[in-house]
Design a protein around this ligand. Structure first.
Ligand SMILES: Nc1ncnc2c1ncn2[C@@H]1O[C@H](COP(=O)(O)OP(=O)(O)OP(=O)(O)O)[C@@H](O)[C@H]1O
Length: 487
């Protein structure tokens, strides 16, 4: 046509570029089709409480496809399912902040969730910043009625029943000078209480079906608890309740946090002078970070959230997220009072930001040293959830843990994609880092890394029992033999 003079050369170029656009837009749907169909049924589990994730996801994911077919059922469905995938995989107390809407910023939801969300405000902001970096406008979603229903909680099937009596509270102890030992050091990690669950009953939000009945237990420092039970018995729901993300039920959950007198939120693990330190002390090895997030409770899901960004940003997430993502203070201006107390933490955290050596060291520590060369250093951006295997993503999540060193971490099948040797290695590393963990898992090999096991049975209303769980200590010598036999 060009040679016959019917069209100009520029038109050919324009057509090529237009077709490429269309191809890439449709490819997104094609590539995500499996995920879209696999998760479609789960969308009903979304609750208004989870709307922050929904909106963060909306703001952050795949606007191309949305623009292409706004309002059509197929794309809506796809996005809903993808959202659910995101929810199932990315939900975590270190990732979920208080409820926020679209890209309007954060809104508070109540002190209890806020307390839990102390790490999370930054994360919520980061997700939104991440979304903004993808140049997504919230008004692009105006036509999506069904999503709006979910986000607003106005659709009857998404209305959360009134808040009942499941309470989460934080008790903050300040360790005064008198508790410092005579040589000036802080008493080593003794058996202080980290978490107390009192008479916790969990029910499903809509049907009110009982999952866990009248659970009471305490978790002390280094009291590693394994949660086991049949599929659907309520293990994940329990961890979500601990993370402040499951409100349906009754009882009381108390987190105990400690302040060693230096900073509100970072407790020095080892001090050699008689005075509380003015400056954080650390050396370049990850093992010897002298401070930790004393108040942070991390939730590591089976499929960790991979931020859009560089490998460096992956590693710094969520603890040093404010700096690495350039989130403005405004983004969290409406944050909860508890989290406002975090400003000192942010300050100290920025002083303690891991160096390049630390990042390389921690990657080697989780047996991921090779990804630095594979992905051309720490500063190249990739779609990490696609280019890393699930096992690699899980190791990366443990690298984040080893950098942040929270006092308590909730692990929801977080090593499910790893071989036994890597799993054992990672558990040993977080144990050595002084992190107390509560894990959900099915493999008996996990017994070796825990002191207690909580068995949850499927609740049977006909049974007439007062509880559907039992807690027992793990005898390490006998479990080793059992594990050997079963492997
Ligand atoms: N948001 C929700 N609304 C209603 N029911 C839910 C919701 N979330 C979970 N459930 C139901 O609660 C029950 C317990 O779910 P949960 O995910 O806690 O089980 P689980 O013990 O972790 O299972 P698995 O080992 O298969 O992961 C399941 O029957 C599930 O369908």
């Amino acid at each position: 046509m060009y040679f016959s003079g019917k069209i100009e050369f520029g038109v050919i170029n324009q057509s090529v570029s237009a077709f490429n656009h269309i191809l890439s837009d449709f490819s997104l749907i094609v590539y995500q089709f499996q995920a879209i169909s696999a998760f479609s049924a789960v969308i009903d589990r979304l609750e208004p409480d989870q709307s922050m994730l929904v909106s963060a996801f909306l703001a952050g994911y795949g606007l191309k496809a949305l623009k292409l077919a706004t309002g059509t059922r197929v794309v809506l469905h796809g996005f809903k399912t993808k959202l659910t995938e995101y929810w199932n995989s990315g939900i975590s107390s270190d990732e979920v902040g208080p409820t926020c809407k679209g890209s309007e910023g954060l809104t508070s939801e109540g002190p209890e969730v806020g307390a839990q969300g102390l790490v999370t405000d930054a994360i919520a902001s980061a997700i939104l910043a991440d979304a903004r970096r993808r140049s997504i406008a919230s008004d692009a979603f105006d036509n999506i009625g069904e999503f709006d229903d979910v986000l607003d909680g106005t659709h009857s099937s998404y209305v959360l029943e009134p808040d009942n009596s499941l309470k989460i509270s934080f008790q903050h102890d300040i360790i005064k000078g008198s508790l410092f030992e005579s040589n000036g050091s802080i008493p080593p990690d003794e058996d202080f209480k980290l978490l107390e669950i009192q008479n916790l009953t969990l029910q499903t939000p809509k049907s009110g079906r009982t999952l866990i009945l009248d659970l009471s237990l305490e978790i002390n420092n280094k009291d590693h608890l394994l949660v086991m039970g049949p599929s659907g018995s309520g293990k994940t729901s329990l961890l979500r309740a601990l993370a402040g993300l499951w409100r349906s039920g009754s009882g009381k959950i108390t987190f105990f946090t400690r302040d060693m007198g230096h900073s509100r939120s970072l407790a020095p693990m080892d001090m050699s002078s008689s005075e509380p330190l003015k400056e954080p002390v650390r050396d370049s090895k990850i093992d010897s970070f002298k401070y930790r997030r004393a108040e942070g409770v991390f939730f590591l899901p089976q499929r960790p959230y991979m931020v859009l960004g560089t490998l460096r940003e992956q590693l710094l997430y969520p603890t040093w997220v404010e700096e690495s993502f350039g989130v403005s203070q405004d983004a969290s201006s409406d944050a909860l009072s508890f989290s406002l107390q975090m400003s000192s933490l942010q300050d100290v955290c920025s002083e303690m930001k891991p160096t390049e050596d630390d990042l390389i060291h921690v990657l080697q520590d989780v047996h991921l040293g090779d990804i630095i060369s594979r992905f051309k250093g720490l500063d190249t951006t990739y779609e990490w959830s696609s280019v890393l295997s699930l096992g690699e993503q899980q190791r990366l999540a443990f690298a984040r843990l080893l950098l942040s060193k929270p006092k308590l971490v909730l692990l929801d099948e977080s090593t499910s994609a790893l071989d036994d040797a890597n799993e054992a290695h990672l558990y040993r590393r977080i144990e050595a880092a002084g992190i107390t963990y509560v894990s959900i898992g099915h493999r008996r090999t996990l017994y070796s890394f825990h002191n207690k096991v909580l068995h949850i049975l499927k609740f049977d209303p006909e049974d007439g029992s007062k509880t559907n769980w039992h807690l027992e200590p793990i005898n390490q010598s006998s479990t080793y033999e059992e594990a050997q036999k079963s492997s």
